[in-house]
Design a protein around this ligand. Structure first.
Ligand SMILES: Cc1cc2nc3c(=O)[nH]c(=O)nc-3n(C[C@H](O)[C@H](O)[C@H](O)COP(=O)(O)O)c2cc1C
Length: 173
């Protein structure tokens, strides 16, 4: 796991190639095997591959997220606010699990923040995505995970030098 965490970097440039359905399935299985508070499993996912929708999704943020229209696959991560007060944690864990599974499958990915952000259209990012995709009010939109085959050079790996021992407090702060 540490090796993967060192080499995984956010990817914002993708080849045109589609993500194979077996890999897509694995990403969605991984997401639903992520732990949740009290096992409530409050997440749901919207899988987007339609070019027109991806283009519109690019406007979910201000400034827009220029890589979204050229992303082969976007997984919108939702949390059911009526089911649990841990939906933010649960949907966040599912989001990173999708990213780590993508890395394992040789895919690149990037998290696009939706919660508490503004869109290009004068409404919140959440409202914009909700309208675009027909998401009901009780499902909050946490993130969009962009996934695809990386194009060009990968960002340089992380290094153990980034690990800051000053952030670790032993026995008490
Ligand atoms: C909660 C969260 C929100 C993020 N939001 C965005 C975003 O809206 N757009 C984007 O391009 N990257 C976003 N990222 C990716 C971060 O910028 C990136 O993970 C960070 O700079 C570290 O780089 P790395 O992923 O290459 O290690 C987000 C990551 C996280 C965890």
């Amino acid at each position: 796991m540490l090796d993967m965490l060192l080499t995984r970097r956010s990817c914002r440039k993708f080849e045109g190639k589609a993500v194979e359905s077996e890999k897509k399935e694995k990403l969605l299985q991984a997401a639903q095997l992520a732990p949740t508070g009290k096992g409530t499993r409050p997440w749901e996912f919207v899988v987007i591959e339609n070019k027109e929708t991806l283009k519109k999704l690019g406007d979910c943020r201000n400034p827009n997220q220029p890589f979204l229209p050229d992303t082969p696959l976007a997984i919108v991560v939702l949390g059911n606010t009526q089911k649990t007060d841990t939906w933010i944690e649960d949907a966040s864990i599912a989001s990173i699990v999708i990213q780590l599974e993508a890395e394992k499958l040789g895919l690149g990915s990037c998290w696009v923040q939706i919660r508490l952000r503004e869109s290009n259209q004068g409404m919140s990012s959440e409202e914009y995505v909700r309208k675009l995709l027909g998401i009901p009010d009780h499902m909050a939109v946490l993130s969009v995970i962009a996934v695809g085959y990386p194009e060009g050079l990968k960002l340089k790996p992380h290094s153990l030098d980034e690990v800051d021992h000053a952030k670790i407090h032993t026995e008490a702060y």
